[in-house]
Design a protein around this ligand. Structure first.
Ligand code: ADP
Length: 453
């Protein structure tokens, strides 16, 4: 405001002064025009200086200006200097981030919003084979072509990491993790987990080998105990009790070994490749018959088929998973309880996917246990679980079977309000079929929830 007033005074002086001079010389009009012209000339000269300064030497000191121009030059210079300092600070930050990413042993790759490569560290060159000379600007899926990575990248659900071998070295096992940030850009991190992977493999092989080695001795023990059991009436009562107990424990160990071997098998390959459309209604029917035998007819078992969709999967595996859920419902609910097996569209009312539910109206489970139920040997009540003959591996098997079928397990329960186990299958696992709605089923001979070995 102060400078504007000054400028008005300057205009007044020039126009007034030269106007007065013109009036003295008898040409007041020319005097006024001269005053205005001089005023305009001063401003045009400063404008030119500003232009030249901004275009040619913006980093140097600004030209000296008078009045409002001096203030304008100073302000512009200060603003410009501040901008340069901010830019320098940001450049330093970026350099430091790049230096620290460069020092990391994990691969770091920055992708733009289209998924094209922008920047990566040298670990990414060693692990993923990226080359600065010709890969910049390429789409990431042109370089990491594994269909599992392409699917992971396009799904945009990066909550879980993806484990894959390196595209340049089969012996290098990498864990990929994508993160969305900024304006839809993505950060790809890849970690070398080969050592962990080898240890995990050794653990799996060890468990599978021990279980396998235990099978023969257990079969021999079970065989002799069965034979002795036939002659039990000739033995003293104390021995008879011992033989019955030994038979019970041998069966338990055999079930445990079978479950361990089954889990090892489910873990070795990750997807159910030889899937075929399943007849869910007849499968549920036979599981119900087995469950009725297990419960001795003391539970009310019902089947509800609410969708004609058919599931594409490996029947033995799905049967094993559902049997585990239904047998658990029989074991962990009191006689007289109701158990429902339901095949339905999921989420409700849409054709997006389908769910196989097993629900009961038993005692239910405290929600604090629910996140850990699928862990191996996790039991809510250890004593009760052992008494029911469970191996502690049932829900772990269910989880692995579902993983191999791109499905997930949801558990809903509250103490005193029963439990619901829902196996949710995605739309890709469904086939439109001839399945008719039915809720019937007949009892049949007992069977187990295990897969044939
Ligand atoms: P287990 O062999 O001990 O049954 P699972 O993995 O099949 O092992 O089940 C883990 C635990 O989950 C069980 O010990 C039991 O406490 C609980 N559970 C499973 N199903 C039910 C159910 N329908 N109602 C109540 N508790 C259940």
């Amino acid at each position: 405001m102060y400078y504007w007033t000054n400028e008005l005074w300057r205009l007044a002086y020039l126009v007034g002064g030269l106007g007065a001079l013109g009036w003295v010389l008898g040409e007041p009009g020319w005097g006024l025009a001269g005053g205005l012209g001089l005023f305009v000339f001063i401003h045009l000269r400063h404008l030119r200086e500003l232009y030249v300064w901004l275009i040619r030497h913006p980093h140097q000191e600004p030209p000296v200006g008078t009045g409002v121009w001096g203030d304008l030059f100073d302000r512009l210079y200060r603003y410009h200097k501040h901008q340069r300092q901010t830019q320098q600070r940001l450049r330093d930050i970026i350099r430091r981030v790049q230096d620290s990413s460069e020092a990391m042993r994990d691969s770091v790759v920055m992708l733009d919003r289209r998924g094209d490569l922008e920047w990566w560290n040298s670990a990414a060159e060693a692990m993923l084979g990226l080359q600065a000379a010709h890969d910049r600007g390429q789409h990431i899926t042109n370089l990491l072509r594994d269909p599992r990575f392409v699917e992971y990248f396009n799904a945009r659900d990066y909550r879980e990491p993806l484990t894959l071998p390196s595209p340049i070295r089969d012996d290098l096992i990498l864990q990929f993790q994508l993160t969305l940030y900024g304006d839809d850009e993505r950060l790809l991190m890849a970690r070398d987990i080969s050592r962990l992977h080898r240890l995990e493999q050794m653990r799996r092989d060890f468990v599978a080998n021990v279980s396998h080695e235990l099978r023969t001795p257990l079969t021999v023990l079970a065989g002799y105990l069965e034979t002795y059991g036939e002659y039990a009436d000739q033995l003293p009562p104390r021995w008879q009790r011992g033989i019955v107990q030994m038979q019970g424990q041998t069966t338990r160990m055999q079930n445990l070994v079978d479950d361990l071997l089954l889990l090892a098998r489910l873990e070795t390959d990750h997807r159910a490749e030889q899937a075929a459309p399943l007849a869910i209604d007849s499968m549920l029917d036979s599981i119900r018959a087995d469950a009725e035998t297990l419960s001795g007819g003391s539970h009310h078992l019902r089947i509800e088929i609410e969708t004609p969709q058919r599931l594409s999967g490996i029947e033995q595996e799905i049967r094993s998973a559902v049997s585990n859920l239904v047998f658990n419902a029989v074991r962990y609910t009191a006689p007289g309880s109701s158990i429902v097996m339901r095949w339905r569209a999921w989420p409700d009312g849409t054709q997006d996917g389908a769910a196989l539910e097993v629900s009961d109206d038993g005692e239910g489970i405290d929600p604090v246990h629910i996140p850990r139920l699928t862990e191996r040997f996790y039991r809510v009540d250890k004593g009760r679980s052992a008494a029911t003959g469970g191996t502690g591996l049932g829900l772990a098997i269910v989880k692995h079977v579902l993983l191999r079928h791109d499905a997930r397990l949801e558990i809903e329960s509250r103490p005193g309000e029963g439990a619901l186990f829902r196996c949710v299958f995605p739309a890709e696992r469904l086939v439109n079929g001839e399945l008719q709605a039915s809720s019937a089923g007949k009892a049949s001979a007992a069977g187990s929830g295990q897969l044939p070995q």
